[in-house]
Design a protein around this ligand. Sequence first.
Ligand code: ADP
Ligand code: MN
Ligand code: MN
Ligand code: MN
Length: 339
Amino acid sequence: MSYKAEYIWIDGTAPTAKLRSKTKILADGAEPGVWGFDGSSTNQAAGHASDCVLKPVASYPDPIRGGDNILVLCEVFNTDGTPHPSNSRAELRPVAERFAAQEPLFGIEQEYTFFEGTRPLGFPVGGFPAPQGGYYCGVGFDEIHGRDIVEKHLDHCLAAGLGISGINAEVMPGQWEFQVGPLSPLEVADQMWVARWLLYRTAEDFGVSATLDPKPAKGDWNGAGAHTNFSTRAMRENYDAIITACEALGKDGKPLEHVKNYGVGVEDRLTGAHETAPWDRYSYGVSDRGASVRIPWQVEQDKKGYIEDRRPNANVDPYVVTRLMVDTCCTELESAGLV
Ligand code: ADP
Ligand code: MN
Ligand code: MN
Ligand code: MN
């Protein structure tokens, strides 16, 4: 019997790219091959030369349609065979390959906010809910909004075979988090994009939208981040490597180079309040949720493990944050002989 392949790709919308997808019917036994789309409708081409090319890079069982149907994640190419400028995965590939022997692993915490119309889910019409305090990891009808969607999304991620490692309710009502990883740079980034697609797709059936807006409610409400947890084999074995990675991220020019690429609006979220460090001042510390980079207490105790870069915005491109962290930290670990 023929089956359905949902081709998913990242578009060229500025300043933050959006996900797009369309369905191809494949004959029984046929593999999902190269396909095309109208780039003039996705901010990826001009109308007079509108064709863009979709190259499948990973596929997953489709938990929405079930059966033999699949989700197909793609890279976007120009018709001359070069990667499209919007294709940030193509830039990660050589960096991931170059440092593969250091066995880098990532776990990314994706925070997001549900919206019903123009209000975060749980915000009353024309007003505000009770101030933050009880919502984080909360329980109960007065504090929790959208759990049915979150549970469905989790089940869908598991059925798709994604390496999702947990979920929790966040500090602001209507705000949630899921974590993907630990996985290799390409795997974590691919799976994060697919998990995001599944989030939007799942919420759609509930009449709710999900947003990665880093500051969805103005005022005294937490923003939404994408804390990026990182280790190499050396970091998982010794503390010198942990410190070397923290120092590498603070070397001249690095803090700004990273923050600039950690998602649009990062300066508005990294204010120094709401469990953030100011965007223009790099710091690291044990257990410190007010630092740019946190060394978890367990890691300090075990003298090995991983570090958490708390700066990336919820709307960060996971292909970009993983590339920058691998490049910056693995280069330094290599020079220090910590490989
Ligand atoms: P937090 O306490 O900051 O909320 P979470 O439990 O939400 O932390 O997320 C921690 C993430 O770190 C998880 O995705 C987990 O898989 C990941 N992680 C654990 N160990 C490692 C490691 N050695 N390298 C990279 N990531 C790791
Ligand atoms: Mn978390
Ligand atoms: Mn969180
Ligand atoms: Mn965290």
